[in-house]
Design a protein around this ligand. Structure first.
Ligand code: TF8
Length: 335
């Protein structure tokens, strides 16, 4: 209902009170926002929320044009387009970006986070800000951390119950040295590959397996070309919602503030939708895949086996970045 107070607020917000035309602080813009996942992934919920907020608060002037399923390029390619200033936005995993911001490699360390709660505390606190600064220096403004989730292994050879079961399985990993190192150390024949090539590579048996969260395994249809799903929860690599720094610098402060607000609001519904769907996805996947949990004892053996990956990669990531994250983790773990 439009009472006097909301009317006054609307007038003030639109610039009418200053005698300006409505929404004069916003320019007509269509923002290109590309995604590697499909629209039915909870990222779609987050993007929709952003579109609603931008629409309502800019009087329809700021629009997001979203592309899905890697149709407009993969994570790394899109991120480079942002740095060059030829595209506004991307939602990407942190992992393929370690060649740009080496510190992001912290999130690739195996078994770093134990729960979503830990991930949120790290990403939404000072540690998250630390990485945002590094990203900004590399030409990327991170508007918010969204969620892909805990990653699990699928393959067509055998269920992975224990460390020995990894032996010789040909697994696609992201284009990331730490993942490559972890999966080699576990005994697999690991191959780095862009996400967009994974379905076909699984279908043609060029590779035996891949690893991603349940929701991504479902929405990218990997279950159609896989037999086993082993709940390894070996990593939580966040999604970054990035804006081209080059293009960001050309926005008015009101536009920047509105985009940040929209991405933050998007984060809430995106994470919630992802967590709600996670359990449902597992149930759906059970219809097509043979699913096994991993015992605590075997998980411990896996962790022991990949310990050298930490020692080897901390110098490349930078001890400071690792400390920033582990300090936050200690806080949330109450230690
Ligand atoms: C991967 C990532 C992907 C995402 C997305 C497609 O395995 O987990 O799910 O980065 O952009 O490459």
């Amino acid at each position: 209902m439009l009472n006097r107070r909301t009317f006054t607020a609307a007038v003030a917000g639109s610039g009418l009170a200053l005698g300006l035309p409505a929404f004069a602080q916003f320019a007509d813009r269509t923002i290109k926002f590309t995604n590697g996942v499909n629209e039915d992934h909870p990222v779609g919920v987050g993007v929709k929320k952003m579109q609603e907020i931008l629409g309502a608060k800019s009087g329809g002037k700021m629009k997001i044009s979203a592309f899905w399923g890697g149709s407009a390029g993969g994570d790394l390619q899109a991120t480079q387009a942002l740095r060059a200033g030829t595209q506004e936005m991307v939602c990407t995993s942190s992992s393929p970006l370690v060649g740009i911001v080496k510190e992001l490699g912290v999130f690739d360390l195996p078994f770093l986070f134990n729960s979503e709660k830990e991930a949120d505390a790290v990403l939404d606190g000072p540690a998250g800000e630390y990485f945002n600064k590094k990203l900004e220096a590399a030409g990327l403004v991170n508007l918010a951390y969204w969620e892909n989730g805990f990653r699990n292994l699928t393959n067509s050879k055998r269920p992975i119950n224990k460390v020995e079961d990894f032996e010789g399985v040909k697994v696609r990993v992201m284009q990331n040295n730490i993942f490559l190192d972890s999966f080699k150390t576990l005994g697999t024949n690991a191959v780095p590959m862009a996400f967009g090539e994974v379905f076909t590579a699984l279908e043609t048996r060029t590779i035996d397996g891949q690893e991603n969260p349940f929701v991504t395994i479902e929405t990218s249809k990997f279950f159609e070309v896989q037999k086993y799903l082993s709940v390894t929860r070996h990593a939580y690599t966040p999604f970054l919602v990035l804006y081209s720094k080059k293009l960001w610098d050309g926005l008015k402060p009101e536009e920047q503030a509105l985009l940040r607000e929209a991405a933050k609001e998007g984060q809430k519904v995106q994470r919630q939708a992802n967590r709600d769907l996670n359990a449902k996805s597992l149930e759906t996947l059970k219809k097509s895949l043979q699913v096994n949990e991993i015992s605590a004892a075997e998980q411990k053996r896996m962790l022991d086996k990949v310990k050298p990956v930490y020692d080897k990669n901390v110098p490349t990531i930078g001890a400071e970045a690792v400390k920033v994250v582990t300090d936050e983790l200690k806080k949330v773990r109450g230690g």
